[in-house]
Design a protein around this ligand. Structure first.
Ligand SMILES: [Zn+2]
Length: 86
């Protein structure tokens, strides 16, 4: 994951609450007749794929870049100026 601001392109109200959905690979063998699992291998995380990010406000999910691009298009307005600068 990149340390960049995210902005949900769907609800356009969330820059804070997200979930990362990671993929795992797990080999298994099935019985060809009954469909039952006969052997289950070790889980392996798939780390080379771009992470999928889910917005926890509207449940929209997409790859990380869409959230980053949306934040770049609509950057958050800066902090209000302290009173001494007004
Ligand atoms: Zn959203």
């Amino acid at each position: 994951m990149q340390e960049k601001p995210y902005f949900c392109p769907n609800c356009r109200s969330n820059r804070v609450k997200f979930s990362v959905i990671s993929s795992i690979s797990q080999p298994f063998l099935k019985d060809a007749v009954t469909g039952a699992l006969t052997e289950v291998g070790e889980q392996e995380p798939l780390t080379d794929t771009e992470p999928t990010i889910q917005c926890l406000v509207c449940s929209f999910s997409a790859n990380e870049l869409r959230f980053i691009k949306q934040a770049e298009r609509e950057p958050r307005a800066g902090q209000p100026l302290p009173p001494s600068y007004q």
